[in-house]
Design a protein around this ligand. Structure first.
Ligand code: FES
Length: 93
């Protein structure tokens, strides 16, 4: 997957995350949600009844559509969590 970040933007230190077993790059100061979107992830969960794909909605901590397991802690909002080196992120794609 192509990195969707704008090349000309100056960024902080690069960090590595593991997303459902896959390694991706992120940068200090980014939220987990921003890193996932930049890596091309759109679906973060499925509707429990219809199983239709769902993604982040507000990006600012209100809707809870971006909840996922981060470092083993369930139901963490990806849009409110800054990336850290070695984070392990899991959700239903
Ligand atoms: S995208 Fe709405 S709470 Fe994270």
């Amino acid at each position: 997957m192509k990195d969707l970040r704008i090349d000309s933007v100056k960024r902080k230190q690069k960090v590595k995350l593991t997303v459902n077993g896959r390694k991706i790059n992120a940068y200090e100061g980014e939220t987990v949600l921003a890193a996932l979107i930049a890596a091309g992830y759109k679906t973060l969960k499925k509707n429990p009844v219809s199983e239709e794909p769902r993604g982040a909605l507000c990006g600012m901590g209100v809707c809870f559509e971006c909840t996922m397991a981060i470092d083993g802690v369930p139901n963490v909002r990806a849009c409110m969590t800054e990336v850290q080196e070695g984070m392990n992120i899991e959700f239903d794609e």
